[in-house]
Design a binder for this molecule. Structure first.
Ligand code: SF4
Length: 382
């Protein structure tokens, strides 16, 4: 039997990424073994390149009621209000050839950055993949930029559309236009057809609220028609527009649960715990401040544009934070995480000693099982 090496390599790469995803919970949270996870990330970085989060814009034009950008909180704090400059981006890429993937969306709307076209083109020329998986609202974007997304192989766009009609969409995405967003998606699809390109891959991100839950089936159908992957998301502010029909959301949301709290009690792990980004994809603010993760808006760990990426990641403060979020070191006042809800509700008060030999062995056995599953899947062609 002749082996299809190209397919095997592609499938193997995907399975390795899945292995990393599975292992981060086992290694970091269940057994608190960051050094083993660090080694796995190093292997991945050496083979497929490293990933960084570098926000292109903290500025947004919409007024979503539960968002700290729209409410002006971020503008007055560490995140500030501004755009990644092309000159900083180009210098960062030249100085860090190990970085091969960059997530550019976080607090703001990337399409408002006046130098975005230059950033997209430069990344393409340097062989760096860009993605905006955290989310874009896609309300304000030129025809030329939509074409550049396809022409320069922007990898992945997650479009935040919390509804299947303008009447519902505008209740949360205030100042936005459902019809304009759909038109922009159709234009991207037109260019994908023209250039015969699968990129950017498109996601329809639907944050489930009480006011839009009834439109889950409608939005799913529209996403299918627009060749987008439909990704419902449980909202992080359940007090804003609370879920009304829990049973319906359990069925239509795809999680079998209706809230993040319910997810945590059923799955016995947090719905979202972005602390892992400290290891595998650190967040950098548009002005170069190292934030560590996409949630941190409380303080920084130095400036990457001024002091270099590796120096900043290797600083005592950053490395202490890594131990602290695993509960391996007591809380310290200068670490931004102490003001974070994730730290306060899931980590604080659970400090433990470094794992002993038996716990390490147990973790390695579990990782061995993950690896065995992935190899079986690869051999079976699953
Ligand atoms: S505790 Fe909060 S701020 Fe700190 S790494 Fe985790 S999610 Fe980020």
């Amino acid at each position: 039997m002749e082996l299809d090496w190209k397919r095997l390599k592609k499938r193997g790469g995907k399975l390795f990424m899945e292995l990393l995803q599975d292992s981060r919970y086992t290694l970091l949270y269940d057994h608190r073994l960051p050094t083993v996870y660090e080694r796995m990330v190093a292997v991945k970085n050496a083979t497929t390149g490293g990933m960084i989060r570098l926000e292109a814009s903290s500025v947004c034009q919409l007024r979503c009621p539960a968002c700290s950008t729209a409410r002006g909180k971020n503008r007055r704090g560490v995140i500030g209000w501004g755009f990644l400059k092309f000159a900083d981006f180009a210098k960062f890429i030249e100085e860090n050839p190990q970085v091969k993937t960059i997530e550019i969306s976080n607090w703001g709307e990337v399409f408002l950055n006046p130098e975005l076209d230059a950033i997209i083109q430069f990344a393409y020329e340097k062989g760096v993949y860009l993605k905006a998986a955290n989310g874009v609202n896609l309300n304000t974007v030129s025809h030329a930029t939509l074409e550049n997304l396809v022409k320069y192989q922007f990898r992945h766009l997650s479009v935040s559309i919390d509804g299947g009609s303008h009447e519902t969409y505008r209740l949360y995405r205030r100042k936005g236009s459902f019809n304009r967003v759909i038109r922009n998606i159709k234009t991207i699809n037109y260019f994908k057809e023209k250039y015969q390109s699968p990129f950017p891959k498109l996601n329809w991100q639907f944050v489930i609220f009480g006011h839009n839950e009834h439109e889950l089936p409608l939005a799913r159908e529209l996403a299918r028609e627009l060749n987008m992957e439909f990704r419902p998301k449980l909202n992080h502010t359940p007090e804003h527009s609370p879920i009304m029909d829990k049973e319906f959301v359990r069925k239509e949301g795809g999680f079998k649960v209706a809230s993040r709290d319910e997810f945590a009690s059923v799955k016995r792990r947090a719905y979202s715990r972005p602390c892992t980004q400290l290891w595998d994809s650190p967040q950098i603010n548009w002005d170069g401040k190292l934030l560590g993760c996409c949630v941190n808006k409380f303080g920084d760990f130095g400036n990457v544009f001024e002091d270099g990426l590796n120096n900043t990641l290797n600083s005592e403060k950053y490395q202490y934070a890594q131990k602290m979020v695993l509960g391996l070191a007591p809380q310290r006042d200068d670490i931004p995480c102490i003001r974070c809800k994730v730290y306060r509700t899931q980590i604080a008060g659970h400090t433990m000693e470094e794992p002993r030999a038996r716990e390490k062995l147990l973790a390695l056995v579990q990782i061995g099982c993950h690896i065995k599953d992935k190899i079986t899947e690869l051999v079976r062609g699953g």
